[in-house]
Design a protein around this ligand. Structure first.
Ligand code: ADP
Length: 269
């Protein structure tokens, strides 16, 4: 197995890229079941990193470690580190409050999950949680987030209507706007288009392209064409291990590992 590059030389042969986060020797256990084994992964700032691999390989488990979602269930356990830069804090350390991770890292799920509130209140909710009280500022930030999520023109005349009245694709862009509003340091997307039709999927992919640079994004996808289209870096996982991480082009055209090659060419099994 090729070693996953150390965080400091995430892009082979190029100047070290600034990192937003780095996973180091991360193990994760659901009770007695070990779902992640010594995972290493650099997350380069301002880039899109895709996690790919066969179903059950640990992609969602890894993503959920980043915002300490697993803490909601007793018996789950982390060993190792997820370092968040620039401070270098380990966000899975037992003495770090999971709320800290959730405030700094935003997550968008497979199925759109707007709150049973108005379009406006859905986006404002994350700002309230962060203690923002100034109504004018909240209004500006809601509009900015809806614009960034390419939804403003479609909803500007129905901000006070229920979010449930939007289409599935619009609801997912609303969830992205809700995540963007508090300006998270890292955005996690767990198969964000798997419940959407091709047109809504294309809009979300376009959106990710626009957010690149301003945001650091990690996306789990079972769709390899999607990973190839939208990501800068790709990580291939199998059986809870990180098999290979590289720039996306290389993973899809000339991977170092046979298992990666078999997966990306559809010969896995
Ligand atoms: P992927 O996202 O790649 O499909 P998952 O991260 O969902 O994979 O699952 C990784 C492994 O962890 C699988 O073997 C799965 O059965 C197991 N797993 C996932 N969720 C739980 C859970 N809540 N309790 C116990 N095992 C789980």
């Amino acid at each position: 197995m090729t070693a996953v590059p150390p965080a400091s030389d995430a892009v082979a042969g190029q100047a070290p890229a600034p990192l937003r986060a780095a996973v180091r020797q991360l193990d994760f256990f659901y009770g007695d079941t070990q779902a992640l084994k010594a995972v290493e992964l650099p997350i380069v700032e301002g880039k899109v990193t895709a996690l790919i691999g066969p179903s059950g390989c640990g992609k969602s488990t890894l993503l959920r470690c980043f915002n300490r979602m697993h803490d909601l269930y007793p018996g789950n356990r982390y060993e190792g580190e997820i370092i968040l830069y620039p401070e270098g804090i380990n966000i899975v350390a037992p003495d770090v409050d999971p709320l800290l991770a959730r405030l700094r890292i935003g997550m968008v799920f497979q199925k759109p999950n707007p709150f049973p509130k108005s379009v406006y209140e859905n986006v404002a909710a994350g700002l309230h949680v962060r203690g923002l009280r100034n109504r004018t500022e909240i209004g500006h930030r809601v509009e900015a987030a809806l614009r960034q999520a390419a939804l403003w023109d479609e909803v500007k005349d129905r901000l006070q209507e229920s979010a449930y009245g939007l289409s599935g694709g619009q609801q997912q862009r609303l969830c992205i706007a809700r995540t963007l509003a508090p300006e998270p340091e890292l955005i996690l997307l767990d198969e964000p288009t798997s419940a959407l039709d091709p047109i809504a999927t294309a809009k979300i992919e376009e959106l990710m392209d626009e957010l690149r640079g301003a945001y650091t994004i990690m996306i789990v996808t079972h769709n390899m064409q999607q990973a190839a289209r939208i990501s800068d870096f790709t990580a291939f996982m199998h059986l809870g291990q990180m098999v290979e991480y590289d720039v996306t082009d290389r993973i899809f055209t000339n991977p170092a590992e046979e298992r990666t090659r078999a997966y990306v060419t559809g010969r896995f099994g």
